[in-house]
Design a protein around this ligand. Structure first.
Ligand code: AMP
Ligand code: DBH
Length: 556
């Protein structure tokens, strides 16, 4: 174990609660890497990760991550350091993740869809000593080592997957050279310290980071495994972006590793990528967001013979955004597997419908909290509990729900109450059995088929345009994505075009999924009585326009 004690700051759980979580066996003082050590004892040659034509046994996963860890330790990295990582769905994502955990380096695992703006914001918040990226990303193709972005990120070591040579990631994961250099002793951070940072969907100008400890995250994974009944038989298709909380921990890839099963990586959630992988590797579990489910259903409807390709699939988990009832009903008959609804958040709380629940509950609700110690309150605008069956704001605390965003005291003061309950910004109805149904949202966010967009972040970028004086981003209904984004803007110049506006945002480093799907020009933004932008009015206006009603809109 390392002797450093420069632990990363984070908001801890109160002592009494932490002790009770330990006493109940939720927090076991084990690092996330313990799952690898254990599988290496139980079944080292069992397959852990399948990525294209490559596969990694538990022994290989453990050994490669140890080699990278040892090299990083040799380089002077240790507990309390941070890293910024951006990799696509490749085996290296897990190799790197475990390697960093083994040295006590806490990573932010950015999504591959993230762009310059997100990466620089994360870097600014954690000041990473290490950056690991991929030459498959347009930002880091050949020659990017001199890029302004890397200067801005400011890491002293930059490793790129796909690059040859000494600074290529492959070299750092490869066999150790026989140069006699030994690594200093290294070990993970203590289980009640920050293991890594999870990403929040966000509702403010800057994307917020969620400190997750080994103890709390591992508990959420183990409890998920119990509910979803994972075991060495599990063959999980990771089709959503690997760093996302859902495919990482609910139970996701970490659940699979803890259970001794195998993770099969898909490059994207489309049926063309996934169906052949399911058949070839006899996948029995997969998690998807609702728009991907619709694509799968379309493919199965168009060609009933694809059902045969899905024969091994027994459970499809759906979450990240509200699953429509009509879509939910088609899953079992058309895809031949059971449905499980998952309503979770990177901040913590995860709800599951249970495998033995009635069809009624599975189709109509988003399940109930996974832990007996998840505390949920559904409150009205004055903060009083609403009766069961009535909609209200979801507040929660528990053994794996965080206590504060990283270094964001002002925002934390707004989203946590005096008892440490986190206000998720979701509007839910809780039924008599405690099952939750998501019915709306308070937070200023667009949920574009599971991809979250903080309105303020995009509005701030729009306001950098020389001809835009006011901007408001709101959701609009969309049959496939559930929601898309619409930007209402006030401009000093006529003739702005959507294409040019998107190009402008792209040039500022905004991720593709955050680019507004539609732009509307107004003479002025409508205001509420208290002088705030009337977003509800704007949402109604665009919904009506889409429905073919007559409210005037000026689409560009
Ligand atoms: P994030 O902050 O990116 O982790 O996103 C979490 C949010 O996604 C939740 O607070 C909900 O708003 C939304 N969400 C996740 N799962 C579901 C679901 N099954 N149904 C409806 N909304 C969901
Ligand atoms: O949307 C989410 O963030 C989410 C959905 C399902 C999540 O974090 C999870 C399960 O763990």
């Amino acid at each position: 174990m390392t002797t450093h004690n420069h632990f990363l700051p984070y908001t801890r759980w109160p002592k009494e609660l932490a002790e009770s979580y330990r006493a109940k066996g939720y927090w076991r003082g084990e690092p996330l890497t313990a799952m690898l050590t254990r599988q290496c004892e139980l079944a080292p040659e069992a397959m852990a990760v399948i990525c294209g034509e490559r596969s990694f046994s538990y022994r290989e996963l453990d050994a490669a991550s140890t080699r990278l860890a040892a090299r990083l330790a040799r380089q002077g990295f240790s507990v309390g350091d941070t890293a910024l990582v951006q990799l696509p769905n490749v085996a290296e994502f897990y190799l790197v993740f475990f390697a960093l955990l083994k040295v006590g380096i806490a990573p932010v695992n950015a999504l591959f869809s993230h762009n310059r703006l997100e990466l620089s914001s994360y870097a600014e918040q954690i000041k990473p000593r290490l950056f690991i990226g991929s030459t498959a990303h347009p930002l880091f193709t050949d020659g990017a080592r001199q890029s302004e972005l890397l200067v801005e990120i400011g890491a002293e070591l930059v490793l790129l997957d796909g690059e040859a040579g000494e600074l290529g990631l492959a070299h750092w994961l490869g066999e150790l050279d026989v140069d006699g250099a030994t690594s200093p002793a290294f070990g993970p951070s203590p289980a009640d310290e920050v293991a890594f940072f999870q990403l929040s969907g966000g509702s403010t100008g800057t994307p917020k980071l969620i400190p997750r400890t080994h103890d709390d995250y591992l508990y959420s994974v183990r409890r998920s495994n119990e509910i979803c009944e994972l075991g060495p038989h599990t063959r999980y298709l990771c089709a959503l972006p690997a760093p996302h909380n859902f495919p990482l921990s609910s139970p996701g890839a970490l659940g699979v590793f803890d259970a001794g099963g195998a993770v099969v990586l898909a490059p994207d959630p489309g049926p063309m990528s996934c169906f052949p992988l399911i058949e070839r590797h006899q996948v029995n579990l997969c998690s998807l967001v609702p728009p991907a489910v619709s694509l799968w259903l379309q493919a199965a409807e168009a060609d009933p013979s694809v059902r045969a390709q899905l024969a091994s699939l027994s459970l499809l988990q759906v979450g990240g955004a509200k699953l429509g009832e009509a879509v939910a009903r088609k899953i079992e008959p058309l895809l031949g597997c059971r449905l499980q609804q998952v309503f979770g958040m990177a901040e913590g709380l995860v709800n599951y419908t249970r495998l033995d629940d009635s069809d009624e509950k599975i189709i109509h609700t988003q399940g109930h909290p996974m832990s007996p110690d998840d505390e949920v309150r559904v409150l009205d605008e004055e903060g009083n509990p609403v009766p069961r069956g009535e909609p209200g704001a979801l507040h929660t605390r528990g053994p794996y729900t965080f206590r504060g965003y990283y270094q964001s005291p002002a925002h934390n003061a707004r989203v946590f109450d005096s008892e440490g309950f986190y206000c998720s910004g979701d509007l839910v109805v809780q039924d008599a059995d405690g099952y939750l149904t998501v019915v709306g949202r308070q937070k200023d966010q667009i949920n574009r088929g599971g991809e979250k967009i903080a309105a303020e972040e995009v509005e701030n970028q729009l306001l950098h345009h020389p001809a835009i004086t006011h901007a408001a981003l709101v959701s609009m209904p969309d049959s496939t994505m559930g929601e898309k984004s619409c930007a209402f803007i006030v401009a000093t110049e006529p003739g702005l075009k959507a294409l040019a506006l998107r190009k402008f945002l792209r040039s500022r480093g905004v991720a593709e999924f955050k680019l507004p799907d539609r732009f509307e020009i107004l003479d002025a933004l409508p205001m509420t009585a208290v002088g705030k932008i009337d977003k509800q009015g704007l949402r109604a206006r665009i919904a009506q326009a889409i429905a073919g009603d007559s409210l005037p809109v000026t689409t560009v």
